[in-house]
Write a protein that binds this ligand. Structure first.
Ligand SMILES: Cc1ncc(COP(=O)(O)O)c(C=O)c1O
Length: 440
C-alpha cells in the first residue's frame, strides 16, 4: 500500500523517498504522480532473485501497460529486466530508451501490419500471437522482410482467478487468445508449426490481474504443460518457453493480502519439472509482472479545492485531479487509501468521499473513507497509484496530464513533464469553412 520509504513526522507530514509531499507539491504542482525508486528497485530485484532460483532460471518481462515512460524503460534496461509491450508506441518508447529489442515480447490481441513490420524489422524477441489472422500476417510479413519470427501462442486455459471480471482474462469466454475448449488452440498449433517464417518457441497464458491465490498460477502452468504433452505426442514438438503472464496481486488497502511470489514460482517450477517427459528439457518460465512492480511505488498528490456536506448525504472533498489521472475507481470500482498531509490519521473527523474535478458524477476517487477533516488547500496523498494510473490517463475535459517525478534519498528527478495547454492543441488544426476550398 505504502511505498517502502513512506514516513510521517511528528506533525503528520508525509514524506516519500525522504522528500515531504508538501515540498513535491510546491515544486512540481498538483496533481502529481510520485514514484519511489527504492520500492521499484526492491520489487524488480526480488522478482529477479526468485527467477534465478528456478531450474532452469526464469525471465521477467515487465508489463509496460502498467506504467511506461522512457525513463522507466531505461531503469528496466539498467536492471536487466525485459519488457512486455502491446503497441508500436510502447515498443518505440523502449527503443528510445536504448532497450535491447531481443528482450521485448510483443503482445496484444490486435497488432496492425505496421506494428508487426516494426517489431520484425527492429528485432523484437518474441511475438505473442493471439489469433489465426495474426499468425498468417506475421508469417507473410516476415517472409516479405526475409525474417524468421519467434512466436509464442497465447492460450486461454479456462482458469477463473478471483478478481474483477474486467481484469480476468484466462477464463474461456475472453477476447484474448486461443480458447482451449473448442480445439482452436490445436488448429493454432498446427498452423504455427506449418506456416513459413515462424519459429514456435512456446506458449503463453495470462489468467488475470490482482490475483491473491497461489493455486491459479500453478493450475495455469499445469494446464499448459498438459497441452505440451499433446503437442509432443501429435507433432513431436516440445517448447523452449512457457510464459505464465503477470497478475501478481498487490496491496491497495489493509484487507488485501498479496501472494508470496517466490513460493508461486517454486511451485510452478516443481510442477513443470514433474510434468516434463524424461529426456526433454524443462521449458524456461517467462513472467510478465506489471502492477506488482510499480503499483505500490506510486503515490498521487492532490490538493483539496472544495468541500461540501449534502444534508442527509455524503461529505464530499473535491480535489484537483480525478478520473483523468486515475480511471480505475470509475472503471472497476478500484478502492484506494488516502491520507491528509499534516493531520493525524488516527483521529478521523468523519467519513468523506473524495471527488474528482471531471464532469462526470462517477468521478469519485475514494468512496467513504475515514479522515481527519480535509480543508481547502490541504494536500492529499492517494497510495498505490503507480500502476494503470498514468498509463490510462486521458485529457478528458482538456485537462493536461500530471507530471511524474521519481524520489530517492531526499532527491527528486522529473520522469515525465506536466502537459501544457500548448500540448493539448498540438495536433489540432484550425476551423476552415467549406467554401475556403481547402477541404479534400
Ligand atoms: C498478457 C499480460 N501480461 C501481463 C499483464 C500484467 O498484469 P499485472 O499488471 O496485473 O501484473 C497483463 C495485464 O493485463 C496482460 O494482459
Amino acid at each position: 500500500m505504502f511505498p517502502d520509504t513512506y514516513t510521517v513526522d511528528g506533525h503528520y507530514h508525509i514524506a516519500i523517498g525522504g522528500v515531504p509531499i508538501r515540498q513535491l507539491a510546491e515544486e512540481y504542482g498538483t496533481p502529481l504522480y510520485v514514484l519511489d525508486y527504492d520500492t521499484l528497485i526492491h520489487r524488480i530485484q526480488s522478482f529477479q532473485e526468485s527467477l534465478r532460483e528456478m531450474n532452469p532460471p526464469g525471465q521477467a518481462f515487465y508489463a509496460g501497460k502498467a506504467f511506461l515512460s522512457t525513463a522507466m524503460a531505461g531503469l528496466l534496461k539498467d536492471q536487466g529486466m525485459g519488457l512486455d509491450v502491446v503497441s508500436g508506441g510502447e515498443l518505440y518508447t523502449a527503443l528510445e530508451a536504448g532497450m535491447d529489442p531481443a528482450r521485448v515480447v510483443f503482445h496484444g490481441n490486435v497488432k496492425t501490419e505496421d506494428e508487426i513490420r516494426m517489431g520484425l524489422s527492429r528485432g523484437v524477441g518474441y511475438f505473442v500471437v493471439d489469433s489465426l489472422a495474426e499468425l498468417a500476417a506475421i508469417s507473410r510479413i516476415a517472409g516479405e522482410l526475409g525474417e524468421q519470427a519467434a512466436i509464442l501462442l497465447r492460450l486461454t486455459p479456462g482458469i477463473e482467478a478471483h478478481t474483477h471480471a474486467f481484469i480476468q482474462t484466462g477464463q474461456f469466454d475472453s477476447k484474448f487468445g486461443f480458447g482451449m475448449i473448442d480445439g482452436i488452440h490445436e488448429e493454432a498449433l498446427e498452423q504455427a508449426l506449418r506456416l513459413p517464417n515462424l519459429v514456435l518457441k512456446g506458449f503463453h497464458a495470462h489468467i488475470g490481474s490482482q490475483i491473491f491465490d497461489e493455486d491459479p498460477f500453478v493450475h495455469n502452468a499445469q494446464r499448459l504443460m498438459e497441452f505440451m504433452r499433446v503437442a509432443l505426442e501429435r507433432h513431436r514438438y516440445w517448447p523452449d518457453v512457457l510464459d505464465i503472464g503477470g497478475g501478481f496481486g498487490v496491496q491497495y488497502g489493509p484487507d488485501d493480502d498479496p501472494p508470496q511470489v517466490p513460493r508461486i514460482l517454486a511451485r510452478v517450477n516443481e510442477t513443470m519439472r514433474r510434468l516434463t517427459p524424461p529426456g526433454y528439457p524443462v521449458p524456461t518460465v517467462f513472467i510478465e509482472p506489471g502492477r506488482a512492480i510499480v503499483a505500490e511505488a506510486g503515490v498521487t498528490i492532490y490538493q483539496v479545492r472544495a468541500t461540501k456536506t449534502v444534508p442527509g448525504g455524503r461529505r464530499y472533498v473535491a480535489v484537483d485531479g480525478g478520473m483523468g489521472d486515475n480511471i480505475r475507481p470509475a472503471l472497476y470500482q478500484a478502492a484506494y487509501v488516502a491520507q491528509v498531509d499534516g493531520k493525524n490519521p488516527e483521529t478521523p473527523a468523519g467519513v468523506y468521499t473524495i471527488a474528482g474535478r471531471y464532469c462526470e458524477s462517477g468521478d469519485i476517487l475514494v468512496k467513504d473513507i475515514a479522515l481527519p477533516e480535509p480543508e481547502v488547500g490541504d494536500y492529499l496523498a492517494v497510495y498505490g497509484t503507480g500502476a494503470y494510473n498514468y498509463a490510462m490517463a486521458s485529457n478528458y475535459n482538456r485537462v493536461p496530464r500530471p507530471a511524474v517525478v521519481l524520489v530517492d534519498k531526499a532527491r527528486t528527478v522529473l520522469w515525465v513533464k506536466r502537459e501544457s495547454y500548448e500540448d493539448l492543441v498540438r495536433n489540432d488544426l484550425p476551423w476552415r469553412r467549406p467554401e475556403e476550398g481547402r477541404w479534400r
